[in-house]
Design a protein around this ligand. Structure first.
Ligand code: SF4
Ligand code: SF4
Length: 380
């Protein structure tokens, strides 16, 4: 049998140099058959970077503006006319998050509007395994295709956030928070993300891993150079290459595991062709050349047996968020971000003290940790 493999393009790149990134992305698109084979010329395109929250570009919270700008430039030069950029940000609007980052300057240069989503539309997805409907932004549904421009980062719930997880920004506004209560476990949340990726079906996934985020990601981790850009039409294959580069078994990432089971893509090495500007290379070679064994990511094996299931049900030995009081400025963003009715984190001791957790209510979605602007929330 002739197996059709997923192609992942790995483009080594050590700096956010616009010209260099532009050339590399162009080359990467050629490896995938050319942008015209992926997107019809008259298509209305939505660019979806990771715009989690307002943060300095150097902190590696958002997709780097130069990557977005270079990609937008390629699309414009290739004759694409209808392009917008948007994200359902964790905190703040698209326009507010990109203001002053340099992304706004690129968008002006290429006449690409930054869109703030205005309305959620109930969208049926009856074939979904975990989720049968989504509330998607009207402005997303008005486009013909989507290009995902993700950031390489760690994630407290899913271990990593990359191509598959970036799509959570297709969910409209506060329904994102609600999704965490509907799909509270790492597995159910991952399955919902797979359904969402299949429903929206981005045409292309690009990942900015020139400077990635390790440790307490996706909002409060540390920037670390990984010196790569990745591209693929298969988000699971792309995320599995990310996983391997940081010495994390790809099948330990719930979105990879369920993504393969649910037919979104593959994490299996033998089903992936890895292409670089120097030609095709093996995964082992790529890991040796571009991998980082010291990358700080959760590599703990999860044993699934009766005892671990019982411990999970009783909230024993589960990861949990906690606040480092000396870093907390009592802004209340964690409280606002908590999707649990009645709040699992709140100013129970008054506004003069840091918020306090009620771990019996907490569903471990880690939205509070994602959104804290002062890196005051850690996970243990
Ligand atoms: S978001 Fe962070 S800084 Fe703000 S109150 Fe919560 S823990 Fe404190
Ligand atoms: S306290 Fe934090 S981790 Fe717990 S449910 Fe609320 S936002 Fe999620």
């Amino acid at each position: 049998m002739n197996l059709v493999k997923s192609k992942v393009v790995l483009l080594p790149c050590r700096e956010y140099d616009e010209e260099k990134i532009y050339m590399l992305l162009k080359q990467g698109l050629d490896f995938l058959g050319g942008v015209e084979t992926l997107i019809p010329k008259d298509a209305k395109i939505l660019l979806k970077p990771n715009l989690l929250k307002k943060a300095e570009v150097e902190k590696a919270v958002i997709t780097h503006p130069v990557v977005v700008g270079a990609f937008a430039g390629i699309l414009r030069e290739s004759g694409y006319e209808n392009i917008v950029l948007a994200d359902s940000c964790g905190h703040g609007t698209t326009q507010a998050v990109i203001r002053g980052t340099g992304m706004d300057t690129y968008l002006e240069k290429y006449h690409i509007p930054a869109v703030d989503y205005s309305e959620g539309v109930k969208t049926a997805y009856p074939q979904g395994v975990q989720a049968k409907e989504f509330i998607l932004p009207k402005e997303l549904l008005e486009q013909d295709c989507v290009i995902s421009l993700s950031k390489m980062k760690t994630h407290a719930l899913e271990r990593i956030t990359g191509a598959v997880k970036n799509s959570y920004g297709f969910i409209y506004g506060f329904h994102k928070a609600k999704g965490h209560t509907q799909y509270p476990s790492a597995d159910s949340f991952a399955r919902m993300l797979i359904d969402l990726n299949k429903c929206v079906a981005p045409k292309l996934y690009v990942m900015d891993g020139i400077v990635a985020m390790e440790g307490n990601g996706p909002g409060s981790g540390d920037p670390v150079p990984m010196n790569v850009l990745l591209m693929s039409t298969d988000p699971v294959a792309l995320d599995s290459v990310f996983s391997r580069l940081v010495y994390l078994k790809p099948e330990m990432v719930p979105t990879n595991y369920h993504g393969e089971k649910m037919g979104l893509g593959t994490w299996k090495e033998e089903e992936i062709t890895l292409l670089t500007p120097d030609g095709e290379i093996s995964m082992a070679e790529a890991v040796k050349k571009y991998g980082n064994p010291a990358f700080n990511v959760d590599r703990t094996e999860v044993r699934k047996n009766i005892w671990t299931r019982m411990a999970g049900a009783l909230n024993i030995f589960q990861k949990k968020p906690y606040i480092e009081a000396d870093k907390c400025v009592r802004c209340g963003i964690c409280v606002q971000s908590c999707p649990v009715p009645g709040k699992a984190v709140d100013f129970r001791k008054g506004k003069g003290k840091p918020p306090v957790y009620d771990y019996r209510k907490c569903i471990r979605c880690f939205c509070c940790q994602e959104m804290c602007p002062k890196k005051a929330i850690k996970v243990k």
